[in-house]
Each structure stands twice: as C-alpha cells, then as structure tokens.
Write a protein that binds this ligand. Structure first.
Ligand code: ACO
Length: 330
C-alpha cells in the first residue's frame, strides 16, 4: 500500500524574553523605523543570556506539545530528526540529547544541517522514511538558539534573529487523505560565502584571537542573500506546483521561512499568491532559522487558519545556500 506522511501533532516554543527594536537600539546604532522598514520585525524572543536555555531545552518544550497533540508518547517514536545549526554541543547531535530528555528509547536520532532550511530538509528526509514503510512515527524538529552565533556588534545582522523551536509528529498513513503531497530540496554550494561562520570548524579551529575578533559569529552579505532567496524560493514554488498539477490559485495557505518580510512580499508577488494567504509572524519572532517554518505552521494550526483539506505550500531557504519546498494537504 502506498503511504503518505501525515503531520498528526505540532508544537512550538519561544523563550519568554521579548526584545523590542528600541532595546536593540541600545545595543547597536539602529532604530525601530529602519528595522521595521527593511525586515518587518518589531520584536524577537531571545534566551535570557547565552547558554541559559539551550536548543535542546527549547526543542523539548516544542516536542512535548507536539506529542501531546498527536496523542502519543515519546516511547512511540521510531526516529527523531532535528534541523539545527546551533546544537547544544559539537558532539553528539542535538537529536540524541533531545531523545534523552524525552526518554524516547525506541527512536534513532540524528541532526540535519541545512541552516534556515534545516527543518524542511528534515521533513523531506522523514517523508522518505515514512513512504518507504521503514518506520511509523517520526519527531521532526527545527530548533535554534541563533543568539549564540549572532555578532551583537554587527547591526546589519543582529537585529534580524530570534530564538525558538518548532516540532512535528509525522506518521505514516494511507496515500489518500491528509499528508505531504511532495517535498523537494535544493542546494547551491557555490554561494556559501554569502552566509557563514568563519571559525570554529576544522578549517579554522578557534583561538583566543579568533574569538576576540568574533570569528565564531555569523557573517552575512544581506543583498546577495536577498536576491538568491527570492529567486530560489520562487523557482522552487513554481516547480513543485507544476510537478503536482497545481496552480497558485489552488494554494490556500503558504507557510514560508520568516527570513524577512520583504523576501516574503517579493515571493508572493512573483508566484502570484496573495500576501493574505501567507502566514506571517516575523513581526513577533524575527528570523528563527530552522524553527521558523515549523512555528509558523503551528500558529496556523492553532488559530484555525489551517482547515481540514487546506492545500499548504511550505518554503524555506538558508545558508549553503540550501532551499526546500513542500506541498501539504491538511
Ligand atoms: N540599522 C540602521 N542602519 C543599518 C542597519 C541597522 N540595523 N543595518 C545596516 N544599516 C545601514 C547600512 O550600514 C547601510 O548604510 P550606508 O548606506 O550608510 O552604508 C544602509 O543601512 C543600507 O544597508 P544595506 O545592507 O544595503 O541594507 P538593505 O536595504 O540591503 O537591508 C537587509 C539589509 C535587511 C539585511 C537586506 O539586505 C535583506 O533583507 N537581506 C536578506 C537577508 C536576510 O533576510 N537574511 C536573513 C538571514 S538568512 C536566511 O534566513 C536565509
């Protein structure tokens, strides 16, 4: 029997500390108007101070919500996949630490690194496992403590990011009915230098000098990332719609990675899906990387915008550059 991956429970978590643009203006030379006009961000949620709450801590909160709504326990999970670039430790994976926290003793666990597209890459991997009939239930998580890799002296990046986690419980079900219709993943490694962390890996292990120069923090060429993001997301959206015999008119809801409101507006315009059909929360959370698409999906489930039968287009892009699209029937 052909199988389809159904999202049977969603969960989201963001740390309680709300940081306004006016507060950011006390840290770097910026202002509320610039941030809102260029990004759409009004507030972001940040962990209290570096290390106070880890990525796996936030992932656990989101995962417990998703498990509860799915009506299953952690022991029912066969696999845990976490998309993150900010794991608790370099080794082992964030997924293994999450497995331990949840007591998911029957699951295998691993991380996927595709930056802001990490959760969508993880969802695509989960879809393949479930369609193959190899496993029955997978916890897919996008979780990120971006504040620990943000350069808090660089005004062009630090105003954009937030911390959060989102989780899906995905289960194999019959081909007809709700579930993932299709997923697609893409990368263009030739663009990696537009968004990266220079030091801390095997190429440039950290030294006190590199730390002092903040080479363990994100560097971004915002203008290039903007152009690649719009071009790639539009291309991915068109391809997945065409492949599945759908048009923009068939899409009820778009759940896109909240990188920047201007990117979302440009994609909406070019794909010809009205902006009202995009779920938007960047104003409240900022760019939460791999958590973004999942907390946005969860919000649409909770506020009733995602109705049974809704056709949902999901899109995400991140460093690499890596980007992904998915079609989901609610
Ligand atoms: N406050 C005030 N002024 C600022 C700030 C700030 N926070 N940051 C930059 N500026 C200044 C710059 O110094 C520059 O000043 P200058 O003209 O005197 O040199 C001016 O604003 C314009 O800077 P640009 O970088 O050209 O601004 P731009 O209009 O391109 O906006 C932004 C910057 C928002 C980052 C934009 O390039 C963008 O949206 N890029 C997309 C990248 C993105 O969204 N990344 C998210 C992470 S990646 C991901 O999720 C895939």
């Amino acid at each position: 029997m052909a199988l389809r991956a159904r999202i049977i429970g969603t969960g989201a978590f963001a740390p309680p500390r709300v940081v306004t643009n006016d507060e950011m203006a006390k840290i770097v030379d910026t202002n509320d108007q610039w941030i809102q006009e260029r990004s759409g961000i009004k507030t972001r949620r940040l962990v209290d101070y570096e290390g106070a709450m880890s990525t796996a801590d936030m992932a656990e909160h989101a995962a417990r919500g998703a498990l509860e709504r799915a009506g299953i326990t952690a022991m029912d999970l066969d696999l845990i996949i976490v998309g993150t670039v900010t794991p608790d430790l370099r080794v082992p994976s964030c997924a293994c630490i999450l497995q331990d926290k949840l007591g998911a003793k029957n699951a295998a666990a691993f991380d996927v690194l595709a930056a802001c597209a990490g959760s969508m890459f993880a969802l695509s991997v989960a879809d393949k496992f479930l369609r193959a009939g190899t496993v029955k239930r997978i916890l897919v998580v996008g979780a990120e403590t971006l504040s620990v890799i943000t350069n808090w002296t660089d005004r062009s990046t630090c105003v954009l990011f937030g911390d959060a986690a989102g989780a899906f419980v995905v289960e194999a079900g019959p081909e007809e009915g709700p579930g993932l219709i299709d997923t697609a993943v893409y990368s263009d490694g030739s663009t990696w230098q537009h968004l990266y962390i220079p030091a801390g890996g095997s190429k440039k292990p950290l030294t006190p000098e590199l730390l002092a120069a903040r080479q363990d923090r994100l560097i971004m060429n915002g203008r290039e990332v903007y152009k690649i993001a719009v071009r790639s997301l539009v291309d991915a959206a068109r391809k997945i719609l065409e492949k599945n015999g759908l048009t923009a008119n068939d899409i009820d809801l778009v759940v896109a990675h909240q990188a920047n409101l201007r990117i979302i507006e440009a994609v909406a315009d070019r794909v010809e899906i009205p902006l009202e059909r995009f779920v938007i929360n960047i104003d409240r959370y900022g760019n939460t990387s791999s958590a973004s698409a999942f907390i946005t999906f969860d919000e649409a489930v909770r506020d009733g915008r995602m109705k049974p039968g809704s056709k949902v287009l999901m899109l995400a892009i991140g460093a690499g550059m890596c980007w992904a699209a998915a079609l989901y029937r609610a």
